[in-house]
Design a protein around this ligand. Structure first.
Ligand SMILES: [Zn+2]
Length: 311
């Protein structure tokens, strides 16, 4: 069994305005980091375009139409203060969602042990009818709904370790009793949600804020004491990861002090949960991470662990 890596050149065609941190060069950094001989065993696959029906599991038709109609012939159109569409953005967003759906299919069919989806734009801030925070479609939520509705699973966990709270995932899965959404994130920080009292309609949301300037020790404590026990209690049949790497000490958008070894430790810990309950089945998808050097090194550490655990 191997680890699949889903990507597509179309994801470079989502072009953001000059100076925007969520830029195509992020994927170049990841490609370079995963190019060494250690990553030769990766099962490299093209992320397919999502079907409209995949998007519609999480977003209403009006929203999909609005995004499609807004794509400009040139230049940019802004969906919110920091979320922009360029001519290639719709294809990129459909690859990001479609890569997640295909990764779930590959893992649940037993073709691969686990998967990492290295696409952009990210997804965890996109709410039901609202693009925000660099995100257009709720990629990880779309993957969760696909696993539930197309594959018939009854318990899917989403672990979000991006430094920002996944308000979009929380919004999309709030009423979905077949999911557990567990998030660690810096607080205070954009987008301002993610308080512990936000618990979901079925007690299916777990928010664990981390204080600014804290590092790997505090992260490990939070996971060992709160998030990992909750995941064990939930006993997921599939574990999805919203893998943002912006909690890294070098990241310019936040103030946590994780290092590559912390991402490796956390990946192992999540894989332990998947091994105990889900036959090891993990699908991880790229969210944030804006220092290119730290992003490449952290993704490499994360994927290396997925390969070790899937091998
Ligand atoms: Zn983030």
């Amino acid at each position: 069994m191997t680890t699949a890596f889903f990507a597509h050149p179309d994801c470079l065609r989502h072009v953001t305005p000059p100076g925007h941190p969520e830029r195509a060069e992020r994927l170049d950094a990841i490609a370079a980091a995963l190019s060494g001989p250690a990553f030769t065993p990766l099962d490299r696959r093209e992320a397919p375009l999502a079907a409209a029906s995949d998007i519609l599991r999480c977003h209403p038709r009006d929203y999909l139409d609005r995004v499609q109609d807004a794509v400009p012939a040139d230049g940019w159109v802004s969906l919110d203060a920091d979320t922009h569409l360029s001519p290639g953005s719709l294809d990129a967003a459909m690859r990001a969602a479609g890569g997640n759906v295909a990764a779930v299919d590959a893992v649940l069919s037993g073709q691969v042990a686990n998967a990492f989806v290295g696409c952009r734009p990210p997804g965890h801030h996109a709410e039901r009818e609202t693009a925000m925070g660099f995100c257009i479609f709720g990629n990880v939520s779309i993957a969760a709904k696909h696993a539930l509705d197309a594959h018939g699973l009854s318990r899917v966990a989403v672990v979000d370790f991006d430094v920002h709270h996944g308000n979009g995932t929380q919004d999309l899965l709030w009423g979905e009793a077949r999911t557990l959404f567990a998030s660690s994130h810096q607080m205070p920080l954009y987008p301002g949600t993610g308080h512990p009292h936000e618990r979901g309609a079925h007690d299916n949301v777990l928010n664990v804020p981390l204080a600014p300037m804290t590092g790997g020790a505090e992260m490990r404590h939070a996971y060992e004491n709160e998030i990992l026990p909750a995941l064990d209690d939930f006993a997921p049949q599939l574990v999805l990861i919203s893998a943002g790497f912006d909690a890294h000490a070098a990241d310019p958008l936040a103030n946590l002090n994780w290092i590559e070894e912390d991402f490796a430790w956390l990946t192992h810990a999540i894989c332990d949960v998947a091994d105990a309950h889900a036959g090891g089945r993990v699908v991880s998808t790229l969210e944030g991470g804006y220092d290119l050097t730290a992003l490449g090194a952290s993704v490499a550490a994360h994927v290396q662990v997925l390969m070790e655990r899937g091998g």
